[in-house]
Each structure stands twice: as C-alpha cells, then as structure tokens.
Design a protein around this ligand. Sequence first.
Ligand code: ZN
Length: 330
Amino acid sequence: MASVETVRGPVELSDLGPTLMHEHVFVLSTEHVQNYGSTWWDEEARVADAIVKLNALHAKGIHTIVDPTVWGLGRDIPRIQRIAAQTPVNIIVATGLYVYEELPQQYAYRGPGTLIEMPEPMVTDFARDITEGIAGTGVKAAFLKCCMETPELTPGVERIARAVARTHLETGAPITVHTSGPHQTGRNTVRIFQEEGVDLTKVVIGHAGDSNDLDYLTGLADQGVLLGMDRFGLDLFNPTAERVKTIVALAARGYAPSMVLAHDANCFIDYWGGAHDQLRPVAAPNWHYEHISDDVLPALLEAGVTQAQLDTMLIENPVRYFTRAQGGAA
Ligand SMILES: [Zn+2]
C-alpha cells in the first residue's frame, strides 16, 4: 500500500483522512527570533500552544495538515517533531525555498554558470531532504515548495522554480507553489513547469482561491493542476463569502476534483512581533485552523456543494497528490 512521509514517519495514504493542504505550525524568521524575540518568544509556551491547537483541530475531524514551511519561513524540524509527538494530527513537511524575488546569497554564487561552477546545489539540497531526511533528523520532506509572487519573473525566482521542477523529476515529490491571485501568476508557474516536463497533476497552485476569476481558475484546472483554495480566514485578500461562492461555482461545473482546502494559518507568526496574540483576533479573527470545519464546510453544504464533493476536496485529492507515479523514485 502506498504511503507518504510525515514528521512521525510513513503513513498509509488511506489513513490520511480529512486533510488541510496548506497550514503552517509556525511562521518565523529564525534570525529575527534569535535577535529580537527575547521579550515575546517563549519556546515552551508556543510548543504547548501548538499542541493544544492541533488537538482541537483533530477533534473537529481533520487528521492531517500539509505544512509548506521551508527556508524563508523558519523551518525547524526538531521543534515540529516535539509537537508531532504530542498530537494525533499527521504533519507533512516540505523542502524548497520561500523568496519573492532574489536568491539567497548562499545559492547565488554556486551552481551552473556562477562563480563556483557545480551542479545546481538547490536540487542537491532539496533531493536530500526528500530521500535521506532533513538536517539529520531522519524526517523526510514529502513535497516541494517555491514562490511565484511578482507579475514579472525575476531570474532568482525562475532558477528556484526550475530547481524545484528538476527535483520533482528526480524524486517524484509533488509541488506546492505560492502564487498571487491578483497577478494571476499561476499561468507563469504552469508555463515553466510544462517546459521542465513536470507532471501538472502533482502541482498545487497555492492561493488560487484569492482569485474569484473563474476563467483564470478553470484555465489552470484544465491544465491538470490542483487549485489551492487555501486562505480561508484571510479576508483581507478575499472574504470568506466570496471564497465560498467561487468554490460553489467551480464545484457546479465539475471542478471538485481540482480543488483542495486550507487556511494558510499558523499557531504563531512573527510578522507582528510580540503583538501577535493581541492583533490576530482583531486583524484576522477567522484566520485559524478551525474556521473551515466550523464555518466554511457548513456554508458550502448550505450552498449546494455535496458531502461527496467535500470528501473529494478534503480526502481524495490529497491522496492523489501524494501518490507517487509507478516506477517513480521513493
Ligand atoms: Zn503559506
């Protein structure tokens, strides 16, 4: 039986259950926390808080989260291992790079056509995370992540996207891309991945749900990719009522097999520094793990989406995404 790597090791795909396809546990800058976090970052309290929040999510019937926290968002696998040991929720982790424009200096001078001529070091690093494990923890990344935010492609972003595509070809791992709904950067993503020979059915166009443009969304889905309807609670980018309306319209046209759901939420994000706990309930009151279970699923059912279509989005599509092609690398 096919399985997928999680923080606690391989889990049978048939055991994933209802899955949110884009949730972070923490979003942090390691350097920011180390230098400026002494008054507001309490490691033990935050770990305990994350366990409580994940257990509450499990009680709502969600059994798995897919966490695309890579370098640039503060990936720290030993911390996530402590949390995973104390919650029944499966946590699937990623490799890749979260940058909007420029390559980190650590890759800029190494690689084909650079100062230090060598095979693409990103492919080497990402593939090792997938096949051997991350930073000596033994925890294996199960998918790849990159960003396509700005309307014009920068050389750095393109190099990362092509490195992610090549790692996908080498390992068989699927891909999630942070895209911009307003800039419709899913189109550039599909173009580059097509050029690289990526299996588009193994690609989530993350944050597609920030857009309500049905032509844009169906155009992407018709190429085979999954649409990440994955920022429920971030009303600033698109209010819940609009997000629901768009899913209802797409489901009515037969696109349930092309959509996955999530909040892109987290237990703590350091973008607000120490003001996190005060600001979040005011700035984004519904931006938490339970909004979909509490509010969105009932609203979708009310608007005519069937339970079978919800199961497709929450269970069947994630399983298909993480199912490796026959003969593909493990
Ligand atoms: Zn995210």
